[in-house]
Design a protein around this ligand. Structure first.
Ligand SMILES: Cc1cc2nc3c(=O)[nH]c(=O)nc-3n(C[C@H](O)[C@H](O)[C@H](O)COP(=O)(O)OP(=O)(O)OC[C@H]3O[C@@H](n4cnc5c(N)ncnc54)[C@H](O)[C@@H]3O)c2cc1C
Length: 600
């Protein structure tokens, strides 16, 4: 479809939406003011007054959904169902003409029905379940684009920048957008602990980037070097790890952060982390493997370290992780006949006085009380100083006999940023209020990779998903402004709220300065993050998992095994040669999860 055709179609869509909404508003007005013909219709149908009020509210919903660009298809569906009721009533009980109106009301209902049908056709690619059938083939990258935008990183910052750029350059084929990410999926980190705790199925919190982005060229690979002066990036990919140089006109750096072990002895080799999908799977597998081993007689001597799980870091990731682990282990125990609840020990280590410092002492203490009451040991005022075969050593000189340490207590910027000749703040790229590197116009940074000054409060904006998401919108607009030579937008945002789920339908939240705890906070956590999770399909899958979770116990399947599937023993007789490799993984998860785990 040409740019001109797309523009025309968009104009037709707006005209239809406005016309349909205008008719609905008018009938809505008649319904709520109790106009004579409206009361007559619902009295004839035997539905006065609740039928009138109910259909009025449904029409109000239709109007709103039709006018909001992202909900047009939902609005059209709802309109079709509401108006079908009206048409059927006309054709069966009311007749075409109502109170001598010459069929005007019937005609209007028919018009709305046809308008909604036309809208569904125009927006057919957005229709759930069917839309992908109508999706045109991805546009090829223009041979010689006038401007090349390269986005490094496919997390919150990178993917949302690409989504916004797609909207801004919908009608401009001269701009090529390319996104590079190590994995071919976008990971929704706020729900990561639910994978470790077996609350959600592995791929439900990840979305294939190719399904999220329509017009962006996706490149799965590793960025290995950035040359800001020459305006090019080295990308490595493929089974043989070959490299390409990619030249750009605008660069968006959204490479996130990496775990920092602060050089503590033993951590890099022995500690688990909680940043990627692979990390969550590795933790889940580790818990199951230790339960399996501890349940055997020969493990009597090592049962204690096997079943002592230590999490370092009392921030959001650490608290949600220990709560999820504790619940998972105790739900699994009834299936391990030789183990008792007292055999399992879960410990949270936090250097401050109260956990969850971001939420303030009141909510932190509440979370602490709730977790302690369930049996989680919380050791505050101390920190992990090392980990060895014998256990985890703490700053207070004690040692926890444990063979599992999960480290959530430190991050540092992506190492790719270190050699860049740009100003930095604790390793993060220091950007101006337009999220641009002052020394390198056309290079933008956001999310965990950027130090973004907070002009209102002073200091820097915190590295959270909600900030990365908002920064993405500003970066996309500023990329466009840079291309068109127009004025750039400033980034201004105040944290709306912060929430943590602490297991067993309990949570803590501070939203717009108001504290919530217990079930309400947990419900808010689920509702808000479900709404934020990209793609309807994933939302439905997560909802289904949560619902099934009410009836069934947690799954104990280990996801990855490297046991050989075929015998490696010499055969007495020579068998025919086969193309199958000699040793294949027994149960290979052919999913994003496996990719994440291998990389992790
Ligand atoms: C367990 C956990 C829970 C969290 N919970 C919340 C929460 O509840 N609310 C909240 O607001 N924030 C939360 N956060 C923080 C939030 O996830 C981050 O602030 C956010 O993801 C930052 O977005 P980003 O785009 O900068 O980085 P990321 O989302 O980390 O994306 C970076 C991307 O770059 C890719 N990448 C890195 N290096 C390379 C390379 N060399 N080549 C190619 N690709 C590369 C990575 O694979 C990744 O896909 C949580 C974080 C974690 C780890």
């Amino acid at each position: 479809m040409t740019t001109r055709q797309r523009k025309r179609l968009r104009a037709v869509s707006w005209a239809l939406r406005l016309a349909t909404a205008a008719i609905l508003f008018q009938t809505l007005f008649f319904k709520f003011t109790g106009a004579e013909e409206s009361v007559y219709i619902f009295t004839t149908l035997g539905l006065e007054p609740w039928g009138r009020i109910g259909s009025g509210l449904a029409e109000l919903g239709c109007c709103v959904l039709l006018l909001v660009p992202s909900t047009v298809t939902l609005g059209a569906f709802l309109t079709l169902s509401v108006i079908s009721g009206a048409l059927v009533s006309h054709l069966t009980s009311l007749g075409i003409e109502v109170q001598g109106d010459g069929g005007l009301l019937f005609g209007l209902a028919l018009g709305v029905f046809l308008g909604a049908l036309a809208l569904l056709w125009i927006h057919r690619v957005e229709v759930p379940f069917l839309g992908h059938r109508f999706r045109p083939r991805r546009a090829q990258r223009p041979e010689a684009p006038a401007h090349r935008v390269l986005i490094l990183g496919g997390g919150f910052g990178g993917v949302y920048t690409a989504l916004e750029l797609e909207k801004l350059f919908e009608f401009d084929d001269t701009v090529a957008i390319t996104l590079v990410n190590r994995d071919n999926f976008f990971l929704f980190t706020p729900m990561l602990h639910e994978i470790a705790a077996s609350d959600l199925d592995v791929t439900n919190i990840v979305s294939p980037i190719r399904k999220l982005l329509q017009r962006t060229d996706f490149f799965e690979g590793d960025a290995t070097a950035i040359d800001l002066a020459a305006r090019k990036v080295k990308l490595r990919h493929g089974s043989n790890g070959h490299e390409h140089d990619y030249e750009y006109d605008s660069l968006v750096v959204a490479l996130g952060s990496v775990t920092n072990f602060f050089g503590l002895p033993g951590l890099e080799e022995r500690a688990l982390t909680m940043k990627s999908l692979g990390d969550a799977l590795a933790l889940r597998n580790r818990m199951i493997a230790h339960l399996e081993e501890a349940d055997t007689e020969c493990a009597c001597d090592i049962r204690k370290p096997l079943l002592t799980f230590v999490v370092a870091g009392g921030g959001f990731a650490g608290v949600e992780t220990i709560a999820g682990m504790h619940d998972f282990l105790h739900c699994a125990l009834p299936f391990y006949g030789h183990l008792e609840p007292r055999d399992v020990r879960t410990v949270l280590i936090h250097p401050g006085e109260v956990i969850l410092p971001e939420l303030g002492p009141e909510l932190g203490r509440y979370a602490q009380r709730k977790l302690s009451a369930r049996g989680v040991e919380i050791r505050t005022g101390t920190r992990v100083t090392g980990v060895a075969a014998g256990g985890v050593t703490l700053g207070d000189g004690s040692c926890l006999e444990s063979s599992t340490l999960v480290w959530t207590a430190g991050t540092s910027p992506n190492p790719l940023l270190a050699p860049l000749p740009a100003r930095k703040e604790r390793g993060r790229l220091l950007v101006d209020e337009h999220l641009e590197l002052p020394e390198f116009p056309g290079v933008f940074a956001l999310g965990d990779a950027a130090a973004v000054p907070d002009r209102d409060k002073g200091g820097f904006h915190p590295p959270t998903a909600q900030h990365a998401l908002r920064q993405a919108r500003v970066v996309a607009r500023n990329v466009r402004a840079a291309i068109r030579g127009t004025e750039k937008r400033r980034f201004r945002f105040a944290t709306l709220g912060q929430l943590a789920s602490i297991g067993r339908r309990t949570g803590v939240a501070r939203i717009l300065g108001i504290n919530f705890s217990g079930f309400v906070a947990w419900w808010l956590w689920r509702t808000i993050y479900l709404a934020k999770l990209p793609r309807l399909e994933k939302k439905l899958r997560v909802m289904l998992d949560w619902t099934l979770d009410l009836a069934f116990s947690k799954d104990l399947v280990q996801f990855l095994s490297t046991h050989p599937a075929v015998s490696t023993e010499a055969s007495p007789e020579r068998t025919l040669p086969t193309e199958r490799p000699a040793v294949a993984p027994a149960r290979t998860v052919r999913s994003a999860a496996a990719a994440g785990l291998e990389r992790g």
